[in-house]
Design a protein around this ligand. Structure first.
Ligand code: PGA
Length: 250
C-alpha cells in the first residue's frame, strides 16, 4: 500500500427495511468497478441480507456501532464478533449521534474500536467539533483530543479509518468551507503521522457531513481527504452512486 485507500462509506442510520435493498442492487449494477472502496452500514436488522447482496459485487458492509465486550448481559447491544458473523467487515465507532444520544466518551469509543479490531473488523472512527466549539476557535484542540482518546495504539492503516465529521454539518446541508476541511484534514494527517509513523500516513481520512453528488468532487480534490462518510445521500443508489463516481475519478 503506497497511498491511503479511497473509501465511500454510507451510514443508513435508523433507516431502511427490506424494500430498501433494491437500492443496493441498483448501486452494484451501476458501479460494478467503482474505482474506490464502497461500504454501506445499514441498520443491524439488514446487515445479513445486505451482505448477501454485497457478496456479488464491489461492496463491503458494516455495522453502525458495537459493544466493547464480546458477549454478556447487555440487552439490545451487538458485539463486534456478531457483526462479523452477520457478514460485516467494517463498523462505525464514535459517531456523533452515539456520542450525543448515548453519552459515549473517547474512552468508550477506544474500547469499542479495540473490540472491532479483535473481531477482525475495520473500524471507522468518527470525530468532529460542535458549532459552539468551532465558534470558540477550539476545533483543532477538540479533534486532537478525540483522535488521541478514541484511536487505540493498535490502529493501523489496514484496521482503522478516521472520519472527520463536524457535528454542525451532519444532516444540516451546511458544509464547511473547503479550506476549513483542508485545515482539519492536514492537521489530522500530521497527528496520525507523528503518532503512528508510516501507518498514520496511510490511514484513510474521510470527510463527513452533508456530502452530496453536487459537492463531492470539490471535497475529494482536497489533499488528505481520502473519501467520505455519507448519511442521507447514501440511502438512494443514484445519490450515493454520484458520490462514488466522483471519488473514483478524484
Ligand atoms: P449526512 O450524515 O451525510 O446526512 O450529513 C453524515 C453522517 O452522519 O455520517
Amino acid at each position: 500500500m503506497s497511498a491511503p485507500r479511497k473509501i465511500a462509506a454510507g451510514n443508513w442510520k435508523m433507516n431502511g427495511t427490506a424494500d430498501a435493498l433494491a437500492e443496493v442492487e441498483a448501486l452494484l449494477k451501476e458501479h460494478a468497478k467503482p474505482g474506490c472502496d464502497m461500504v454501506l452500514c445499514p441498520p443491524a436488522t439488514l446487515l445479513h441480507r445486505m451482505a448477501g447482496i454485497a457478496d456479488k459485487g464491489a461492496l463491503a458492509v458494516g455495522g453502525q456501532d458495537c459493544h466493547a465486550r464480546s458477549s454478556g448481559a447487555h440487552t439490545g447491544d451487538i458485539s463486534a464478533a456478531m457483526l462479523q458473523d452477520a457478514g460485516a467487515t467494517h463498523v462505525i465507532t464514535g459517531h456523533s449521534e452515539r456520542r450525543t444520544d448515548h453519552g459515549e466518551t473517547d474512552e468508550d469509543v477506544r474500547a469499542k474500536t479495540e473490540a472491532a479490531h479483535a473481531a477482525g473488523l475495520i473500524a471507522i472512527v468518527c470525530i468532529g467539533e460542535t458549532l459552539e466549539q468551532r465558534d470558540a476557535g477550539t476545533t483543532l484542540d477538540i479533534v486532537a483530543a478525540q483522535l488521541g482518546g478514541s484511536v487505540p495504539d493498535g490502529a493501523t492503516a489496514e484496521n482503522t479509518v478516521i472520519a472527520y465529521e463536524p457535528v454542525w454539518a451532519i444532516g444540516t446541508g451546511r458544509v464547511p468551507e473547503i479550506d476549513q476541511i483542508a485545515e482539519v484534514h492536514d492537521f489530522l494527517r500530521a497527528r496520525l503521522e507523528s503518532r503512528f509513523g508510516e501507518k498514520g500516513a496511510l490511514m484513510s481520512l474521510l470527510y463527513g457531513g452533508s456530502v452530496k453528488p453536487a459537492n463531492a468532487a470539490e471535497i475529494f480534490a482536497v489533499t488528505n481527504v481520502n473519501g467520505a462518510l455519507v448519511g442521507g445521500a447514501s440511502l438512494k443508489a443514484a445519490d450515493f452512486g454520484g458520490i462514488v463516481a466522483a471519488l473514483g475519478k478524484s
